[in-house]
Design a protein around this ligand. Structure first.
Ligand code: SAH
Length: 396
């Protein structure tokens, strides 16, 4: 067993259950170790701190797995840890007639760093983001099959972060049957078609489930704009909540087509629905110039900040897009606005929205603060895991 010895006074985060050990905190590695192998992390007096898996190619050199010295992470450990993560979602998925999709494993948040497992009806979509979990693929796939009895397990490891780990991008069937092009799923009793082979992330923004429901409560008799609509999931919830018209805006034609299908799936009597394809910054400006107004606007843009160095630019973009939206919002209208950039804090995001309101010459009330749902938990020791933040605001 290889020992990773930390520098003096650099052991505190690891002792306090933070899952990452950066290369700068490491004094030396005793023994020869390959990327992805399990190591023991010790302080500078050689006292045990935790087990983790090692990757010298990554800035996060060790991702920690287990703080109990007697519980070495062998294959049985992986099975047991997966079983706990899955069982902890029983409450969410106990009524599959209402909701049959959700996140079963959320990496660091489940102390299974680098691993994402999402359930879509009878299929599982899995991402192996690090060398450590790539090496454990067999036990992970076998355990998931045993625990969930899915029709098929599909890999969606076609993500950039794998390159940083020295891994290639990959997707395909891992076990069972190949999923069809679209899988019908239910979320809060509403129907969606999910493409787990080619959709964003593993096919659907499962992290917005509770937020869609929160937004739904404000939709009655509203003319709504769903900006960055993707699958149209917000639009579907807002129509269900009694919106009188919905405009969906997205840069991608295929996403708008998917949204069209999802809207048709959920209501036979569809009020006015418009689809606008193009860049949101340009189209929001054009809508304003043409005199359009809305009673409710959802802004769910893609990630603007990919690293700490991008935060300032990202905040300027959040301010801009919120300003453009506020110019289209009637007095007493509702803005539901999000940032999914992990490096942007709640406070900074709220400040960007505040400056947007000052420039739009309107006063705003913050009605609700939103985050991700309970199948996307945030470890107390890893607050940076709270990547999604949202605000429901009223323009007064
Ligand atoms: N609200 C969606 C998720 C949005 S994901 C849901 O609940 O499922 C972000 C979406 O923004 C993607 O569909 C992407 O196509 C779109 N997008 C990215 N950049 C854009 C831009 N500049 N203008 C308009 N849409 C954009």
């Amino acid at each position: 067993m290889v020992d990773v010895i930390l520098k003096k006074n650099r052991d505190k985060p690891a002792r306090q259950y933070h899952p990452w050990v950066y290369s700068g905190a490491i004094d030396k590695v005793i023994g020869s170790v390959e990327a992805g192998e399990t190591v023991t992390v010790r302080d500078n007096r050689k006292e045990f701190i935790a087990y983790g898996y090692y990757n010298p190619h990554s800035q996060v050199c060790v991702r920690l797995l287990e703080w109990d010295e007697g519980a070495y992470p062998d294959d049985r450990w992986w099975h047991f840890r997966l079983e706990r993560a899955v069982r902890n979602r029983d409450n969410l998925l106990k009524n599959p007639d209402l909701t049959d999709c959700g996140r079963l494993v959320f990496g660091e948040a489940d102390f299974l760093p680098g691993l994402i497992v999402d359930r879509y009806a009878d299929f599982l979509a899995v991402q192996f983001l690090t060398m450590g979990v790539e090496k454990k693929k067999k036990v992970i796939v076998d355990s998931l099959f045993e625990l969930m009895h899915p029709t098929g397990i599909y890999e969606r490891s076609d993500v950039e972060v794998r390159l940083l780990e020295g891994l290639d991008k990959r997707k395909g069937v891992l076990d069972g049957v190949e999923p069809p092009e679209v899988i019908p799923v239910l979320e809060n009793g509403l129907s969606f078609r999910v493409n787990i082979k080619n959709g964003h992330k593993t096919g659907f923004y499962l992290d917005q489930r509770d937020n869609r429901l929160s937004a739904n409560a404000y939709a009655e008799k509203k003319e709504v704009l769903d900006c960055f609509s993707y699958t149209g999931a917000f639009a579907v919830y807002l129509l269900k909540g009694g919106a009188t018209s919905v405009t969906l805006l997205d840069a991608s034609a295929s996403s708008l087509q998917l949204a069209r299908e999802n809207i048709a799936l959920n209501s036979s009597d569809i009020p006015t629905v418009r689809f606008l394809r193009g860049d949101a910054f340009t189209l929001l400006r054009q809508l304003h110039e043409s005199g359009s107004w809305y009673d409710m606007i959802v802004l769910d843009p893609p990630k603007f900040a990919f690293a700490r160095g991008h935060v300032k630019k990202a905040l300027a973009a959040y301010k801009d897009v919120n300003l453009l939206a506020l110019k289209l919002l009637r007095p007493d209208g509702i803005l539901v606005t999000f940032s999914c950039s992990g490096t942007v804090s709640v406070d900074d995001f709220q400040t960007a929205v505040f400056w947007a309101s000052v420039d739009a010459r309107c006063r705003l009330q913050f009605l609700q603060t939103l985050s991700h749902p309970s199948d996307h938990p945030v470890p107390a020791s890893f607050p940076e895991g709270r990547y999604l933040k949202g605000l429901i605001c009223r323009r007064v």
